[in-house]
Design a protein around this ligand. Structure first.
Ligand code: MGD
Ligand code: MGD
Ligand code: SF4
Ligand code: MO
Length: 742
């Protein structure tokens, strides 16, 4: 049958690569998404043709019968699984009225929200909450990319943007599985390796990139800070650092050199399980193959010692002079001519007395208002704008908020809005999250699906996806490049579904709560027209422009600091951080044993002898998503735990057996897969598992207790990272044993 075929540009939000893709629409029906041929970076940034399974399943996802189509209101008890369909008007009116009452009774701080891994236009959420007066936005910021951005601001005055260029001669990939984290960067790395660039991987597991690496440092989980300090020790003692850059542009080198003396390679080898010779070899390779690029992933950010490890890892490019040079780590700065997501947030509207109430900010200060207020003037002096996203880089502390919900201390938190996140699966310590969410006076969830979190809500709102909305992406405010797309599909079809964009929720609640003057743009398209106006475009005009429609890519400049200095208090790269010092933390990196480790707690280790890492990424799933998409689930039906065959044999566990994994917090079951690329003392479990096919009502909640890694993880503030409050998703002690069937 011949009919009308149309293609629309969309930005895929199913991973942080944010590929712009072409949505192919036949007679109004989405049939597939494919490579965007107009993409200025070509296939490098559009790995669909190279087999992106999620993107290939886009139409199946879009028309899935379980996708939410209309607002739902709880009709029975919380968690009973009884729902009534209501109109958007009713939902918004009732939610707004409830919020008003809670604010009147307890103050705006009694209303919080959870966000996820940044897959929507969160800047409008931040705008709503700043205008409302609540500082209690929580999410994954402290453990996902937020540490990277904040550490960048702290030590360099901007965030180094991970790039691999034709000039790059060495790539240091620290605790990040690049192939899945940033597929386009992996393509670029492979290309670089083919022309001889060196590749160093730091990971306890032999992941795909480790297999290809020149050097793989297989460390004990949680010991990254010691390892990086060991490499710094070698680079300094062997005189391999860039003396000129260090003299001119680094603050506190002498103090660093003194601290680094505590980390002789032999001592570091004992801590990390990495042989001293290998540490030296890696340090030499990295320091002598200039220009070198570096990237770190969640292997670092999910540790109890995360910020210290990140600090040490950022010192490596600094003392080797790899900052802001061609082929090295770039400080790109913000998009100058576009109103950035950060500017939309109106952080300045949250009054000082409300900032002070942000839960956890008095204890975990760097990624909170105290840190923000120290960083902001310096970053702005150089770049004119702050980067990142306030609620992601400077949030309230989630574990502290969940405890406040349960105990009412230090003050009550009674309402939460969960949007683009699934805390029952992705937040640490599920048992506590469950107790907290169930005890709220008002819980609203906006999602595509009835998730385990949504099952606990009073209202569930159907969200329009990336295929049903326009988007402007500015790389979370870390890069000067901007890309855009229009909505490919309508978000409402008479008689079929009526979804809204996340923007509409914030705007419509905002208007009902007295914020009308701040929401002049009726649609997200109009809101984007406003953001692009300084560039001289409307969204439509920007998409239609002749060359590279929908992109603005200002030329890359290098060594910009020579003109402006770095955006830090000393105007230099702060090896010794004056910001950390002012906040009362150690200004230099120091390794600390994880609180739960065979070294720090040998007694506990007798019962739980293995070290647990959770959440290594795997395809085709994305966090807790995509379990209901048949073509994807078929490829990966069960949650997989990795165990070394030697250890498995000791424990009488066969490849393919279902196994219990237990920590002091609880136990779950996953299917064992033998994996030789890991130390026998280490166990790895996947995260994100729930089973949409199981009943939604309690106690099932779609099987959220069965295989969900966060039943095992710890979020006790005592055990969170001291500087930023990040909760440890890796390094817990555990035991594993076979699931017996009779
Ligand atoms: N144990 C353990 N836990 C982890 C991790 C780990 O490694 N180990 N990783 C952590 C990390 S790094 C992260 S980032 C978090 C991720 O945490 P989350 O972001 O909470 O994870 P997702 O499963 O992606 O949940 C997103 C939810 O929002 C919905 N959604 C997606 N896009 C949109 C949208 O545009 N609008 C709306 N309204 N809804 C949308 C999805 O359907 C899904 O239900 O998990 C963390 N949790
Ligand atoms: N398919 C798929 N892709 C994804 C996601 C997904 O859920 N699915 N999530 C996206 C998100 S939000 C994020 S944040 C990124 C994260 O992307 P990555 O940073 O690549 O995340 P992980 O694979 O969780 O962790 C990286 C590596 O850390 C290692 N690791 C564990 N413990 C330690 C340790 O103590 N030290 C070191 N150095 N390494 C350790 C793990 O073995 C793992 O290989 O991935 C994104 N991409
Ligand atoms: S899921 Fe695939 S198409 Fe979508 S952004 Fe990621 S790599 Fe690109
Ligand atoms: Mo993440």
């Amino acid at each position: 049958m011949s009919g009308k075929t149309d293609t629309k540009k969309a930005i895929c939000m199913w991973c942080h690569s944010h590929c712009r893709v072409s949505a192919v629409i036949e007679n109004g029906r989405l049939v597939r998404v494919e490579e965007d041929k107009d993409h200025p970076w070509g296939s490098l940034f559009t790995p669909i043709t190279k087999g992106c399974l999620r993107a290939r399943a886009a139409a199946e996802w879009f028309y899935h019968p379980d996708r939410l189509g209309y607002p739902l209101k709880r009709a029975g008890e919380k968690g009973e699984g009884k729902w009534q369909r209501i109109s958007w008007e009713q939902a918004l009116d009732e939610i707004a009225e409830n919020l008003r009452q809670i604010k009147d009774k307890h103050g705006a701080e009694a209303i919080g929200n959870t966000s996820g891994t940044g897959r929507t236009h969160d800047e409008y959420r931040d705008r709503f909450f700043h205008l409302l007066g609540s500082p209690n936005s929580i999410g994954q910021g402290e453990i996902c990319w937020g540490p990277h951005i904040t550490a960048g601001h702290t030590f360099f005055g901007w965030t180094p943007f991970p790039v691999v260029r034709p000039e790059t001669n060495c790539i240091l990939a620290w605790g990040g599985g690049i192939p899945m984290y940033l597929p386009p960067l992996w393509h670029a790395s492979r290309k670089a390796m083919r022309r001889g660039a060196k590749f160093i991987v730091v990971d306890p597991r032999r992941i795909e990139s480790a297999e290809k690496a020149d050097i793989w440092l297989q460390l004990r989980p949680g010991t990254d800070c010691a390892l990086a300090m060991g490499m710094i020790n070698v680079i300094i003692s062997e005189g391999l650092y860039d003396k000129e850059f260090v003299d001119k542009w680094c603050h506190g080198f002498d103090k660093l050199a003194e601290r680094a003396q505590e980390y002789a390679p032999e001592k570091v080898a004992d801590i990390t399980w990495v042989p001293a010779e290998k540490i030296k070899e890696a340090a030499r390779m990295y320091a002598t193959n200039k220009p070198a690029g570096s990237i770190q992933g969640m292997g670092v950010e999910h540790l109890p010692n995360s910020m210290e490890a990140l600090h040490a890892r950022f010192i490596l490019p600094a003392i080797t002079g790899n900052i802001d040079i061609k082929g090295g780590d770039l400080l790109e700065g913000p998009p100058v001519k576009v109103i950035t997501a950060k500017e939309i947030e109106l952080a300045e509207k949250l009054p000082p007395e409300q900032r002070k109430k942000a839960l956890g900010a008095d204890r975990f200060k760097l990624m909170a208002w105290p840190g923000y207020e120290l960083l902001e003037p310096n970053v702005k002096r150089v770049w004119g704008k702050m980067g990142g996203d306030v609620a992601i880089e400077f949030p309230a502390h989630a574990p502290t908020v969940y405890r406040a919900i349960i105990t009412g201390k230090p003050y009550p938190v009674r309402a939460m809005i969960t949007l683009s996140s699934n805390p029952m699966v992705t937040q640490a310590n599920t048992k506590l999250v469950f107790k907290a969410l169930k005890s709220l006076d008002l819980y609203v969830v906006m999602d595509f699906w009835m998730t385990p979190s949504a099952e606990l809500a009073d209202y569930v709102l159907p969200a329009a996806s990336w295929l049903e909305r326009p988007h402007i992406h500015d790389m979370f405010g870390t890069s000067k490049t901007v890309l855009a797309c229009e909505a490919a599909m309508p978000s409402s079809v008479e008689g079929q579904y009526h979804r809204k964009r996340d923007y509409d929720l914030w705007r419509e609640l905002g208007i009902r709560l007295g914020q009308e003057e701040y929401w002049p743009w009726k649609t997200l398209e109009e809101a984007y027209d406003y953001r692009l106006a300084p560039l001289g475009y409307t969204l439509k005009g920007f998409m239609d422009k002749k060359e590279k429609g929908g992109f603005d890519i200002p030329p890359t400049l290098y060594k910009k600091y020579e003109k402006t200095g770095f955006g830090t208090p000393t105007r230099k790269v702060e090896l010794y951080s004056t910001v950390l010092e002012e906040l009362g933390y150690d200004p230099l990196p120091r390794y600390e044993e994880p609180h739960e480790s065979p070294v720090s707690n040998p007694e506990l280790a007798r019962e739980y002898p293995l070290i647990l890492i959770t959440g290594g990424r795997f395809n085709p799933m994305y966090h807790s998503e995509h379990r209901q998409i048949e073509s994807l689930r078929k490829r990966h039906p069960d949650p997989i735990m990795q165990l070394h065959p030697k250890k498995a044999e000791e424990l009488d566990i066969k490849d393919g057996d279902w196994v219990w994994i237990e920590t002091p917090r609880g136990r779950i079951r996953q299917r064992c897969r033998y994996f030789e690329g890991m130390d026998p003392r280490v166990v790895h479990v996947q995260h994100g598992w729930w089973f949409p096919e199981l009943p939604g009502e309690e106690p099932w909640l779609h099987g959220v207790w069965m295989s969900n890694a966060n039943v095992l993880t710890d979020d006790d503030p005592e055990h969170c990272n001291k500087i930023n409050g990040g909760w440890p998703l890796r390094t817990a002690l555990c035991k594993v044993y076979k699931v017996r069937t009779y």
